[in-house]
Write a new protein. Structure first.
Length: 285
């Protein structure tokens, strides 16, 4: 059952929906996150069949995220399409500079523009909101250059507003932790390869299954895995059997050493060297 929205939230939902309704068709860049999911829902309400959700698929997409995006689109009732992106073929991307995200988004938005043009749709929409603006996000520059419209930003949604709106409107992903691309787990300057991304993606999937943790990053640096989880989930690892199982699984994937960051996950770019505040998951033989 959908709850009635508080007046402030209702006004923002109506403003964003009204902005989308003015467009002559729209493609929504849908990840599995709450921001783009809310935009997809509002676009479906505003435009009906003139709105399509599109998810870019590549080696950098976490394995379970595509299924979440598909299920979210199904629940919303919006048409959902996947497109293959090939950012790993771009040396400006796989060399992993500090503005790596720019080249990823540049590739994605070019594909979305071609797709939208093929449908005769006017616009590309994303889930950017006001809290994103203060962050260092090279992808925002690519979005601006591609003419992407951000209805949540235009309607002054904060991240808290997005989550509250999604909760009220019945989106299951309303409280889902953010899950950026797998390339963000590799420190700038260390090359990105499909093998590294596969190792990272499988490592995170297996750790979640072994421990039940939800907010997780496996940072990769020269064969080392550094596990980060939210501070409140660190206790899930404080068991010798769990630590041995995690260590064994990740070593079988090809990691030469596995550690746990004792401070827990924080929003920062991975460092090149192992952090001193780490705990080996098992003794080195």
């Amino acid at each position: 059952m959908i709850e009635p929205a508080a007046p402030r939230i209702r006004e923002k939902i109506e403003e964003a929906t009204g902005l989308i309704r003015l467009l002559r068709g729209a493609v929504v860049a849908l990840s599995a996150g709450v921001d783009s999911s809310l935009v997809a829902l509002l676009a479906q309400k505003a435009l009906g069949k003139s709105a399509v959700a599109v998810t870019g698929v590549s080696e950098s997409l976490p394995p379970e995220e595509l299924e979440i995006a598909k299920e979210t689109a199904r629940l919303i009732g919006i048409r959902h399409v996947t497109i293959q992106t090939d950012e790993l073929r771009n040396p400006n991307y796989f060399s992993n500079p500090a503005n790596r995200c720019y080249y990823c988004k540049e590739t994605l938005y070019a594909e979305l523009r071609n797709f939208a043009d093929g449908l005769g749709f006017e616009s590309i929409l994303d889930g950017t909101h006001v809290d994103d603006i203060g962050d260092d996000r090279p992808g925002l520059k690519a979005a601006q250059e591609a003419g992407v419209i951000s209805p949540l930003l235009l309607a002054s949604f904060s991240k808290a507003d997005v989550r509250e709106s999604a909760r009220i409107l019945g989106l299951p992903v309303w409280d889902k932790p953010a899950m950026p691309c797998l390339s963000s787990r590799i420190p700038h300057g260390e090359g990105i390869t499909s093998d590294k991304l596969r190792m990272i993606g499988q490592a995170e999937l297996r750790i979640k299954r072994l421990t039940g943790t939800k907010n997780l990053r496996v940072r990769y640096s020269d064969g080392l895995a550094r596990i980060e989880v939210s501070p409140e989930e660190r206790k899930l690892f404080f068991d010798e059997r769990i630590m041995d199982d995690v260590d064994g699984e990740l070593r079988r994937l090809g990691f030469v050493r596995v550690t746990l960051d004792l401070r827990g996950y924080s929003r920062r770019e991975p460092m090149v060297a192992a952090d001193p505040l780490t705990l080996p998951m098992a003794h080195v033989s």
